[in-house]
Design a protein around this ligand. Structure first.
Ligand code: ATP
Length: 283
């Protein structure tokens, strides 16, 4: 097990942000932590990266105690935070070199990574003049320079254009194929569906659902299909149960009579499940 969270709780001045969550992330997984604003996702990441101390409960990464062995863990952990915390007046290259010195890694990979995200030609620009997407890419590179085994990303693509987001997706998938474990938070359910092997939904500080996206969709499925068919001069639509002889006979008749126009799966998307279990619309 790469990450183990055990009954973790955290309050801020009486506001209970996390109410005793338990979670396990296996080595080699891309794991998505999902939930509405204020659910406790960032708090979880801050606790796991040792930036906060819990009220109670514990967490381990690499089987090491997050709150006792933070320094050791951070050597092998990359973090892309929600808030950009780059040095705004330094250039991209200066920021990355600074980080290399901090972690005592050489500069060798900077160029390779800048090339990978398409920022090589921009390396001498000051961070304060970069777009949000460019800053996000610099944060990602910074998180990778010391070649961590585990990567945490808090909203890695929020506010990015689809092209920039897909560059980040591709990089995460490549890194994962090479063995990196990834824990990310996101409000983008399409992104999560595409990237994550498993997901957990957090709502008001509690984990309310977790599993493989495909299994969650089956679990939350209403087991229906929507059929579109010709009825004399009209086109009609109907929801049918997928279990049941009646549906089978009805569809068979429509096919025989050449009246069936289309069959649509009513499988819920992760966004539908999100709304169902959190009772909150996505932003
Ligand atoms: P978002 O999707 O908006 O980023 P989140 O799931 O990351 O939300 P958190 O930032 O973990 O949510 O916040 C969880 C709860 O804790 C919220 O009620 C928030 O208002 C509260 N909270 C977070 N940080 C602080 C803080 N520094 N002081 C007081 N309350 C805080």
């Amino acid at each position: 097990m790469m990450i183990e969270i055990d009954s973790l709780s955290k309050s801020y001045n009486g506001v209970r942000a996390l109410k005793g969550i338990n979670l396990k992330v296996e080595s080699g997984e891309i794991f998505g932590l999902l939930g509405p604003n204020g659910a406790g996702k960032t708090t979880t990441i801050r606790l796991l990266t040792g930036q906060l101390r819990p009220d109670s409960g514990g967490a381990k990464i690499f089987s090491r105690d997050v709150f006792q062995e933070r320094e050791e863990i951070l050597k092998n952990l990359g973090v892309v935070p929600e808030e950009t915390n780059l040095y705004e007046r330094l250039t991209i290259l200066q920021n990355l070199k600074f980080f290399c010195r901090l972690y005592q890694v050489d500069y060798a990979r900077i160029e390779e990574y800048l090339e990978m995200v398409g920022l090589l030609a921009e390396q001498d620009r000051q961070v304060k003049n970069l777009s949000r997407g460019m800053k996000q890419k610099v944060l990602l590179i910074r998180a990778l320079l010391h070649d961590p085994e585990v990567l945490f990303l808090d909203e890695p693509t929020s506010g990015l254009d689809p092209g920039s987001a897909s560059v980040i997706h591709r990089i995460l998938q490549d890194l994962n194929r090479e063995g990196m474990t990834v824990l990310l938070t996101s409000h983008n359910m399409e992104e999560v569906d595409k990237l994550c092997h498993r997901v957990a939904f957090l709502n008001q500080g509690q984990l309310v659902e977790q599993g493989i996206p495909r299994d969650l969709k089956l679990r939350h499925s209403r087991q229906q299909i929507r059929i579109v068919y010709q009825d004399q001069e009209k086109i009609r639509e109907e929801l049918l149960d997928i279990q049941g002889k009646e549906s089978a006979e009805f569809i068979a008749d429509l096919i025989t009579e050449g009246r069936l126009q289309a069959i649509h799966s009513q499988e819920p998307t992760l966004a539908d499940i999100f709304v169902e279990i959190t009772g909150r619309e996505l932003d």
